[in-house]
Design a protein around this ligand. Structure first.
Ligand SMILES: [Zn+2]
Ligand SMILES: [Zn+2]
Length: 208
């Protein structure tokens, strides 16, 4: 099954119970190692789990084999229309050269507070690299995008090839400046622009 169909097949009620597509490890700013997270995912009986470190696929490159419940993923920092944007890549080949070109070259470069370094990382370039690596691109926690019109913003990204949008995530932790950036609104945009719905807890600690 291709990655798009696999993610489309995840039911809304399965998010946070059987599926978590947004987790960070010690390869970026998470507290648990890749191995610890995989063990936790197994214990929880997750059917779809994606560890998406900031600007890094190192954890995936180090894995000898990838169990079926895992989806290779990454989260890129981008800067667009005056706002910070995070774009998730799912189902990527972690050894793809085009993808590795836009990844951080050191642990330090994966850090969130060094995002200025990445101002040159345009979403179009990032989406293209994700596609070249066989993956699909999803807009992470859209309420973090400090834009007046999220509709226009999403429409622009869709034109660049955006495939998906994160709808199920803890909104309280990622409060937007504008009230209408709600889950209902984001879901509406997913339907309007025919984007696959993704979701995850954006966990930086332990899953258990
Ligand atoms: Zn993020
Ligand atoms: Zn994240």
């Amino acid at each position: 099954m291709n990655i798009k169909d696999r993610i489309k097949g995840i039911d809304r009620k399965d998010y946070f119970t059987q599926a978590n597509l947004h987790i960070h490890s010690t390869c970026s700013d998470g507290k648990c190692t890749f191995e610890e997270l995989i063990e936790q995912g197994k214990k929880l009986g997750l059917k779809h789990m994606a560890i998406c470190d900031h600007n890094s696929v190192e954890g995936w490159q180090n894995l000898k084999e990838i169990p079926d419940f895992l989806i290779p993923a990454v989260e890129f920092d981008c800067f667009y229309m005056g706002t910070l944007v995070h774009i998730l890549g799912y189902g990527i080949d972690p050894n793809n050269e085009d993808l590795l070109k836009i990844c951080a070259k050191s642990k330090k470069e994966t850090q969130y507070d060094l995002v200025r370094l990445f101002k040159s990382r345009h979403p179009k370039k990032v989406i293209e690299a994700i596609h070249k690596a066989g993956g699909i691109a999803s807009l992470a926690h859209p309420c973090c995008c400090w834009v007046i019109s999220l509709d226009f913003f999403v429409k622009s990204l869709k034109k660049m090839g955006l495939d998906a949008i994160e709808v199920y995530y803890p909104y309280k932790r990622h409060r937007g400046i504008i009230k209408f950036h709600s889950r209902k609104n984001v879901k509406g945009l997913a339907q309007k622009y025919d984007l696959v719905i993704t979701g995850g807890t954006d966990e930086h600690g332990s899953l258990i």
